[in-house]
Write a protein that binds this ligand. Structure first.
Ligand code: ZN
Length: 138
């Protein structure tokens, strides 16, 4: 099963989280269509400066040339399940609107959402005529 290594990666990534201000530690891991996993953690550098774990994982993947994703795991040591913030939802939808998102809590219980359910009407620059995904031009 592909989800287990993905969740393990998110749990491992939380160990690198740098959140001295909020103390809300988040680990994430993004699975590409080819089966590669890219981890990320939240990084704070003051208030409100920082990046969420989901976007850190996305940046990690994109800088390695990956732009198509199947699943994302998010881990927080909380009783409830954490969902991506609005900024992360928008950025993830730029690449994979039907991304499956697994949120893992402190008991390792998993809740799964589809990104298109969490953000049904994302802003899509291509649809607005801003550019073409294939050519990168207008
Ligand atoms: Zn976020």
């Amino acid at each position: 099963m592909r989800t287990n290594p993905l969740i393990k990666s998110a749990i491992e990534a939380v160990k690198q989280a740098h959140a001295p201000y909020s103390r809300f530690l988040v680990g994430a891991a993004l699975l590409t269509k080819e089966g590669t996993i890219f981890p990320g953690c939240n990084i704070e550098a003051g208030v409100p400066i920082g990046i969420c774990a989901e976007r850190a994982a996305l940046c990690n993947a994109v800088i390695h040339g990956e732009k198509q994703f199947l699943e994302l795991a998010i881990y927080t040591k909380t009783r409830t399940h954490t969902s991506p913030c609005g900024v992360c939802r928008q950025m993830l939808s730029e690449f994979s609107r039907d991304l499956m998102i697994h949120s893992v809590n402190e008991k390792k219980e998993v809740v799964t959402w589809r990104l298109s359910d969490l953000l049904p009407y994302p802003f899509i620059a291509e649809e607005a005529g801003a550019y073409s995904r294939e050519t990168g031009k207008k």
